[in-house]
Design a protein around this ligand. Structure first.
Ligand code: 5RP
Length: 230
């Protein structure tokens, strides 16, 4: 099975959690996009829900599918957020931010009674950190913030280069006008310690460690050519 098939299988299982009238957080990335696609089809069939998108990309996709949308200011408490992840461990700790939407994703997830992660089972890891950790920073004082981030990483037992995320030779800017530092750490021995250390750095707007936020993960694996969803 291909990656898109597995992402769709996880998304389809998550759709079963959606009840009429729910207020939903809509994640960002290809797996979340598969969920939004399926949700759009349900809405076309008459399902009434309201969605709060976690990025402009998701807002545009969901609006195009006719999903009723709101902001978190209009609907500050959500029933359920469905979102992807770059890594998930056994304790439902996540790395997110590969799509540069981590700040809005974390705000929306934390405003939800439940956050359910949907992913290809290949994202399930023993130790977080093989995927680069995204750190969203204010552009002001970037070089100083980067040095302070490197010190926070070191103090938390993490080592590895910290690079400004770029696309086509320019820094990637988030929907909120921030920049992204990617920390290539290999492994994160103590995610809670690292998360707290990053929080102490002025200029860090948010980091991609989602700790104690997800309530469940729906993972799809290729077992003998069929998607097995757990
Ligand atoms: C975006 C994210 C995404 O959820 C994460 O990058 C996974 O994306 P995909 O489903 O495309 O693998 O955190 O900021």
């Amino acid at each position: 099975m291909s990656g898109p098939d597995l992402r769709r299988a996880a998304a389809a299982r998550a759709l079963e959690l959606v009840q009429p009238g729910m207020k939903l957080g809509l994640g960002t990335g290809s797996t979340a996009a598969a969920f939004v696609d399926l949700l759009g089809a349900k809405v076309r069939d008459g399902l009434d829900v309201v969605g709060v998108p976690t990025s402009e990309a998701t807002r545009i996709q969901a609006a195009g599918l006719g999903i009723r949308l709101a902001t978190l200011d209009e609907v500050p408490q959500l029933d359920l957020t469905i979102d992807g992840a770059d890594e998930v461990d056994d304790q439902l700790r996540l790395i997110k931010g590969g799509g540069a939407a981590l700040l809005r994703e974390k705000i929306v997830a934390c405003a939800s009674r439940r956050m359910v992660v949907i992913a290809d089972a290949a994202k399930h890891v023993g130790t977080l950190g093989a995927f680069p950790l995204s750190i969203e920073v204010n552009p002001f004082g970037l070089a100083a913030t980067r040095l302070a981030v490197e010190a926070a990483l070191s103090a938390s037992g993490c080592e590895g280069p910290v690079v400004v995320r770029e696309k086509d030779g320019r820094p990637v800017m988030t929907d909120g006008g921030h920049m992204i530092l990617d920390a290539r750490l290999g492994r994160i021995p103590d995610p809670e310690r690292l998360g707290a250390a990053l929080w102490s750095v002025p200029g860090v707007v948010e980091h991609g460690l989602f700790l104690g936020i997800a309530s469940a993960a729906i993972l799809a694996a290729d077992v003998g050519g069929k998607a097995e969803v757990t």
